[in-house]
Design a protein. Structure first.
Length: 425
């Protein structure tokens, strides 16, 4: 590794190999951390200039790994600077990208810094070079498992306790397992562990399209916790509404369980994914592109699933960007939308019919607080029972299901969720 002061710049105009992928990683981090966009939503614009799939993958891997390890990377940077760099300083972004490569992604240190220095050309090159060298010479090792951002750790400790938050850190350490939901109990599927009937868990994900049963549409990828809301609605026959339905894991479950499903979704491109998923699995649903806050069904239904748009803080293992984007003001605004959706949905269920409310959120404001308003809408809790859940999960004292951070850690973990089931009175 070149020492600080030995800054060997390529000739003006020369392109450093691998630079374009790091520039794209910087754009991705800027989109998430400065503009609050989801990583997935920023991907196509941030990587548009990259011709090779390999480079797009590298840019995404660097950005994801920075987001997974951000507090620990920043602690290493702050430990090597006399005065902390501002949170949004380009030098800090460049150092995060260089250090995550050298310390996590096994990029040789000289290559990690050489591909990052051009990001700060005309700016604090010497500083970035010097801090990188100091961290590497200091033999810093990043915490394993990684730490949550302080605001998230505080929020979740207040809601779910320190032990749950500590267990949840494991979810940031490695790749989560891959969960499959089977279209039928005897569907063709790869060998794995079943934590519930109709479920298979694989330790490795790899290319899902090559796994047995994929071509035949015998299963779809869906986290174990995400499969619980549709399971808890029970089996048809009857008319079921799936509100906020795309990409459609729960629509497919409802169709496979014998319901005649109408799936309602606002985002046209996401509805197209739902349509493709129906085509691959041979399961059918009536698809409606509409805003649940404006649309209404022609007649009340027997069963309704509302998987409301939410902070998605429960999916932090696969999408660590949520840890940095979700702020109290956004949670409050989402909770208002969720309450408005539940109020409309409650009116669309026949007396005696069932309604399941679900969010992949670890924020009580989006879960328990919304369910607490259901009684005023003519919805009586139909308590979830332990027998309906995988071993290790249990309903709370009100008969609702809270899947807290760190749940099922010993079995490989699962997404954080809230699910409540009601009967229309
Ligand atoms: C949590 S995701 C749904 C996941 C889906 N139920 C599944 O199992 O695959 C929430 C969905 O709600 C959609 N959405 C957000 N606001 C909406 C609205 N006002 N009306 C209908 N859909 C909406 C989003 O586009 C997103 O696809």
């Amino acid at each position: 590794m070149a020492r600080p002061g030995q800054d060997r710049r390529p000739a003006a105009g020369a392109q450093v190999p691998g630079l374009a992928a790091r520039q794209a990683a910087l754009r991705l981090l800027d989109a998430v951390l400065r503009r609050g966009l989801p990583l997935e939503a920023a991907l196509s614009a941030a990587t548009a200039a990259l011709a090779r799939e390999e480079d797009r993958g590298l840019a995404r891997a660097i950005a994801s790994e920075v987001l997974r390890r951000l507090p620990d990377l920043d602690a290493a940077i702050d430990g090597a600077t006399p005065r902390p760099l501002p949170a949004d300083a380009k030098a800090r972004f460049a150092l995060r990208i260089a250090l995550v490569q050298a310390l996590v992604l096994r990029t040789p240190p000289h290559a990690a810094i050489a591909t990052v220095l051009p990001l700060v050309d005309g700016g604090p090159r010497r500083l970035v070079h010097g801090v990188f060298g100091a961290v590497m010479r200091g033999g810093v090792r990043l915490a394993e498992p990684p730490h949550f951002p302080a605001a998230v750790a505080e929020r979740w400790t207040r809601a779910w306790g320190a032990a749950a938050v500590e267990a949840a850190r494991q979810g940031l350490a490695g790749r989560p397992p891959l969960d499959l939901t089977l279209a039928a109990p005897d569907a063709e599927a790869p060998a794995g562990t079943a934590l519930l009937p109709g479920h298979v868990r694989l330790a490795e994900s790899g290319d899902v399209a090559t796994l047995p049963g994929y071509e035949a549409g015998a299963w779809w990828v869906q986290d174990l916790a995400a499969s619980l809301p549709a399971r808890l609605l029970g089996a048809g026959p009857g008319e079921a509404l799936d509100l906020c339905a795309a990409p459609g894991g729960k629509t497919l479950q409802l169709a496979a369980a014998g319901w005649t499903v109408t799936a309602v979704e606002l985002a046209a491109e996401r509805l197209a994914r739902l349509e493709a998923n129906c085509a691959r699995t041979g399961l059918s649903a009536r698809l409606v592109a509409a805003d649940v806050l404006r649309w209404a069904p022609p007649a009340p239904v027997d069963a309704l699933l509302l998987d409301a748009p939410c902070s998605a803080s429960g999916i932090y293992r696969r999408h660590p960007d949520v840890l940095h984007r979700v702020r109290p003001a956004a949670i409050k605004a989402l909770a208002e939308t969720q309450a408005a959706m539940l109020a409309r949905a409650a009116a669309w269920v026949k007396p005696g019919g069932r309604l399941v409310y679900a969010v992949c959120s670890l924020e009580p404001e989006e879960g328990e607080a919304i369910a607490a308003g259901a009684a005023a809408l003519g919805l009586a809790t139909l308590p979830v029972t332990a027998a309906e859940l995988p071993a290790g999960l249990a309903p709370d004292g009100r008969g609702w299901l809270r899947v807290p951070p760190g749940a099922l850690a010993e079995q490989g973990g699962c997404d954080g969720f809230f699910v409540a089931r009601f009967a229309k009175t």
